[in-house]
Write a protein that binds this ligand. Structure first.
Ligand code: GLY
Length: 257
């Protein structure tokens, strides 16, 4: 929950060519850039120093840097994204991570893992099995996590077609609490956590980012902001309309450490 740095990368000119299952229209690049700049300012206002990488037009989804790595204080794992068109994004992030973690682990073929499926919750790490994260990738990650003293727990989201990644419907708030979509709230792997359940109409806001003393939330979901305030959190709402069109959310836009 306590972070000092974050890696970010703005959307490239090819952003609209990225992957999406949404039917919300074509994103506006100028607006996406504006929203990205506001996101960066929000992270800085939470005390983070940014490592800002240049836009990479070869990879339309490359602003969603979170999918390329799993970062923990004890080590960093480069992923192998589940979508072919995104696999090359990892190389573009490696050098920045190698500065902070001289030894980098990596998911190897045939394993696939998207960082959006990995939710750290204290010493527990939830691993979403999804169209992007396969059983082999999850097994490789789980073994690495156990070696670092973490408790990996698998959560399948197959069959929940309203979300792309596990973290599209789940966020760690700290303090033993998860913010979670209704369809996942009763999952046995979450039973020993307090669950703050978002209304089905607020699903997009289930992806939130606890950063030090604040919780970044998508703008337009006053019920979720109220739920967070009632628990003593300080939500910071950010307009994410252009990223939602491209199936991305708040956590996807940074790698925090
Ligand atoms: N556009 C984000 C993804 O599908 O990976």
């Amino acid at each position: 929950m306590q972070f000092t740095r974050a890696i970010v990368r703005p959307p490239p000119a090819s952003f609209a060519d990225g992957l999406t299952r949404m039917d919300l229209g074509v994103p506006s690049l100028p607006l996406a850039l504006e929203q990205h700049a506001a996101y960066c300012r929000a992270l800085q206002s939470c005390g983070l120093t940014l490592i800002a990488l240049p836009a990479d037009p070869a990879y339309p989804d490359s602003c969603f840097v979170e999918d390329t790595a799993v970062l923990l204080p004890e080590g960093a794992m480069l992923t192998r994204p589940g979508a072919d068109s995104r696999r090359g994004e990892v190389e573009g992030i490696r050098a920045s991570l190698a500065n902070a973690w001289p030894v980098l682990a990596r998911i190897t073929e045939p394993g696939t893992v998207d960082g959006g499926d990995i939710c750290e919750a204290g010493r527990v790490v939830f691993i979403g099995l999804s169209p992007r994260t396969n059983a082999e990738g999850a097994a490789q990650l789980a073994q690495w996590l156990r070696g670092l003293g973490y408790e990996p727990r698998l959560v399948s989201i197959h069959g929940i077609d309203t979300i792309l990644h596990l973290k599209s419907g789940l966020s760690w708030l700290g303090d033993g609490r998860l913010l979670v979509m209704g369809a996942l709230a009763g999952h046995p792997e979450f039973a020993d956590f307090e669950r703050v359940v978002v209304d089905d109409d607020d699903l997009y806001a289930a992806n939130a980012v606890r950063v030090n003393d604040r919780v970044l939330v998508a703008a337009g979901f006053p019920r979720v902001e109220a739920q967070l305030r009632a628990l003593g959190y300080s939500p910071l709402a950010l307009d994410m309309s252009e990223y939602e069109k491209m199936d991305g959310a708040l956590t996807c836009l940074s790698l925090r450490f």
